[in-house]
Design a protein around this ligand. Structure first.
Ligand SMILES: *Cc1c(COP(=O)(O)O)cnc(C)c1O
Length: 452
């Protein structure tokens, strides 16, 4: 499951890196504090033993949470960079990696059709959204920020942190922001910013950005697109018409968040925030008495709320984008398309299988379904039991709770307002070829639960 061959590529690259400072007097002693090889090997073995206590995230039979293995080139570039250990706060702490960050971020902006932007990497989607909401509030102080009830919970929480009034907008039967509900909120007044989620975390739903843009013409508000999960699907050639239209319109937003550590083949610690108007950089202005000495050029810490950040994350992303440019039809885009094909195929099988209830045709690569049952309580209990039974078969799914409004066609007794469903995130290109073994295990787990 873990590729070890690529590790051989690290040593020659490290030699090339070291040659960059060949003019310095050599340092011969071992790194301090000193440790002998046997002791380090023993600790590493202990670490490997401890790390066995995880679900097998990299395996195609893992389809639970939003976890996708980093590409080997990202892992190696990250490891190489840690020998330098650059800090992308200031150019003084990471010259090359800051330049690579700017190039990589410009590449992501170009994917969204932006030739001009302000942006940077962050520790993740939460921090990236925090910056976008903070800038939104600087521009519309005290006005409401609204997001779909299916948006990531972070928006409700971040607006609390930032002390911005927040309102959840009811969603439609496809888990997308309800246009009529949004319109009502706009007419009630005082909305400064609408958060549009392209790829919700629970169901992968894509909010109707084109309709929201039409509302903007009438009501004038800021649009922040949270595409932490879905952003890269702009490159996928096999989206449905509504999702396609939303991703095609993404460049009309004022700010965008995308997580390279979700679909972008990066290790954790890599989010990205982009602003269409570079002049919002004025809100970040500050004087650091410590850090900005070597150059009058822009230091990334002057346009970011975080101070120290791993330059290695930028190096890994840059390396990955050299190997897999963000192009439609390219190898990276084909990987996204494979996951989506897998999701469509899984949904079709589930819909034709009398053991299951389906709804919500997948808009990206996330599938939501439930086992049949007499009531919402029974369906929920069975979902949980199948989740556990599948894990024993080596198949790792997720359980997610959804409101009853998403399932008007389910003929069950609604003895509660939400229902726990099964959920699969088919993020890995390999999922397409693993559908048969995946479905066989799901079937066994279901039969074991429902016959009991
Ligand atoms: C994952 C996710 C977030 C949070 O990002 P983190 O990288 O986990 O901090 C926010 N919004 C959406 C839509 C997400 O999928």
């Amino acid at each position: 499951m873990y590729d070890t061959e690529s590790l051989a590529l690290l040593a020659p690259a490290l030699q090339r890196l070291a040659a960059g400072h060949a003019d310095l007097p050599p340092v011969s002693s071992a790194p301090q504090p000193a440790a002998d090889g046997d002791a380090m090997a023993a600790v590493l073995m202990q670490v490997a033993g401890r790390l066995q206590d995880n679900y097998p995230y990299a395996h195609p039979l893992y389809a639970g949470q939003m976890l996708k293995p980093p590409h080997p080139v990202a892992r190696l570039a990250y490891a190489l960079a840690t020998f330098v250990n650059p800090n992308n706060h200031a150019l003084d702490g990471g010259r090359a990696s800051s330049a690579m960050e700017r190039e990589a971020v410009a590449g992501i902006a170009a994917m969204f059709g932006w030739t001009q932007h302000l942006g940077h990497l962050t520790g993740g989607g939460t921090l990236a959204n925090l910056e976008a909401l903070w800038v939104a509030d600087q521009l519309h102080p005290g006005r409401k920020i609204v997001a779909s009830a299916q948006a990531h919970y972070t928006h409700a929480r971040l607006t609390q942190v930032l002390k911005i009034p927040f309102q959840a907008i009811a969603h439609d039967e496809r888990a997308r922001m309800g246009v009529a509900a949004l319109q009502a909120a706009l007419e009630a007044g005082d909305v400064g910013t609408v958060v549009v989620t392209l790829g919700t975390t629970a169901a992968g739903a894509v909010d109707p950005l084109p309709a929201i843009l039409r509302l903007r013409e009438r009501h004038g508000f800021r649009i922040h697109v949270d595409a932490a999960y879905g952003g890269y699907h702009r490159l996928a050639g096999n989206l449905g018409a509504d999702a396609r239209a939303a991703f095609d319109a993404i460049g009309e937003a004022d700010s965008i968040v995308v997580d390279p550590h979700k679909h972008g083949l990066q290790p954790y610690g890599c989010g990205c925030v982009l602003f269409k108007d570079p002049s919002v950089g004025r809100f970040y202005r500050h004087d650091s008495p410590y850090t900005y000495f070597s150059s009058k050029e822009l230091h990334l810490g002057e346009i970011s709320l975080e101070c120290s950040r791993a330059g290695a994350a930028a190096v890994a992303l840059w390396a990955t984008m050299q190997l897999f440019p963000l192009q439609r039809g390219g190898a990276f885009a084909q990987g996204l398309e494979a996951g989506r094909e897998a999701a469509l195929a899984l949904h079709a099988r589930l819909a034709a299988d009398p053991r299951f209830l389906t709804a919500l045709a997948p808009e990206l690569d996330i599938v939501v379904w439930a086992p049949r049952g007499a009531s919402a309580s029974e369906v929920s209990a069975r979902s949980q039991a199948i989740f556990d039974a599948a894990a024993r078969e080596g198949l790792h799914l997720a359980v997610a709770s959804f409101p009853k409004a998403l399932f008007p066609q389910w003929n069950i007794a609604w003895d509660r307002d939400t229902v726990a469903c099964l959920r699969a995130c088919l993020m890995k290109p390999e999922h397409r070829d693993w559908l048969d073994p995946l479905y066989a295990r799901l079937g066994q787990a279901t039969d074991a639960v429902v016959s009991n």
